[in-house]
Design a protein around this ligand. Structure first.
Ligand SMILES: [Zn+2]
Ligand SMILES: [Zn+2]
Length: 136
């Protein structure tokens, strides 16, 4: 992809990328804004949002397709799956490799050309499990 090499790495973009790569929490644009404000007090939510979109469109970061109302971002662009907490929306990584080539299997069943698949798990995170127990 051409765009990958053409993206101009501004100072802001560089810091956004560094901060995102530091965390495993798959933050939303709002979360990122809160993190970045400590380093760059003048940064605006709109700037954070716009840069996250540009970075994900360039393939430098990943925009997650997981359910929930807010988009989440991932600095790890390796192929891995996600688990989403149905209560609080927290997203974690799961490194499962399907035992067989799902793309090839799917290819046999359709006229579409298959590129990849996404696997999303849902469940209850440790904190929400604990809350459930506490109120039970
Ligand atoms: Zn939870
Ligand atoms: Zn992830």
């Amino acid at each position: 992809m051409e765009a990958k090499n053409k993206l101009r790495m501004t100072k802001q973009r560089q810091v956004i990328l560094e901060e995102l790569r530091k965390v495993k929490t798959h933050p939303t644009a709002d979360d990122m804004y809160q993190m970045l404000r400590k380093k760059m007090p003048k940064i605006s939510l709109g700037t954070v949002y716009r840069n996250l979109e540009i970075l994900s469109e360039s393939g430098i970061i990943q925009k997650l397709d997981v359910g929930g109302t807010q988009k989440r971002f991932d600095g790890d662009i390796s192929i891995h799956s996600h688990v989403r907490c149905v209560d609080c929306g927290r997203v974690g990584d799961i490194d499962v490799t399907p035992k067989y080539n799902l793309e090839a299997e799917a290819q046999k069943m359709t006229d579409f050309m298959i590129f990849r698949h996404r696997l999303e798990f849902t469940g209850l995170c440790p904190i929400c499990q604990h809350k459930k127990k506490a109120t039970a």
